[in-house]
Design a protein around this ligand. Structure first.
Ligand SMILES: *[C@@H]1O[C@H](CO)[C@@H](O)[C@H](O)[C@H]1NC(C)=O
Length: 123
């Protein structure tokens, strides 16, 4: 059973596919960039608690949550899930993208697709 189960043309095809889907374009220092967002099923109470926690911790680290304040780039849509995702990601990024910094008692989700939209940039 010396033969590889994956043929060379298939490998090329998969490689091209990954390039086209943009996944490999996000490579930085050999790592795929990741973002942290709130799980869509999270209830409002947990989302508010995540917003408060993330913003409090960001403040200690010298950041702020001005992006989700009125007039901020990520204020719209003005929903808990949107605001929570934005600041949970800031918290995750500010702490060096360690998996446990996107836990939020099970309500955080690490994603490899950039959640940025319009003027709202996810660092
Ligand atoms: C919040 O942080 C941003 C980006 O670092 C900065 O431009 C802004 O002045 C800060 N706002 C407050 C209220 O500290």
């Amino acid at each position: 059973m010396a033969k590889s189960p994956v043929s060379l043309p298939l490998l090329y095809f998969l490689l091209l596919l990954s390039f086209n889907s943009g996944i490999l374009l996000k490579l930085a220092n050999g790592q795929v960039k990741k973002w942290c967002v709130a799980k869509p099923s999270t209830d409002d109470k947990a989302l508010v608690s995540n917003i408060n926690y993330a913003c409090e911790q960001l403040g200690i680290l010298g950041f702020n949550c001005s992006q989700i304040q009125p007039g901020g780039a990520c204020y719209d849509p003005n929903t808990y899930i949107n605001h929570a995702s934005s600041v949970m990601n800031s918290y995750y990024q500010a702490n060096g993208r360690q998996e446990h910094n996107c836990n939020f008692q099970g309500s955080g989700l690490i994603t490899i697709s950039d959640p940025s939209y319009g003027n709202c940039q996810y660092p």
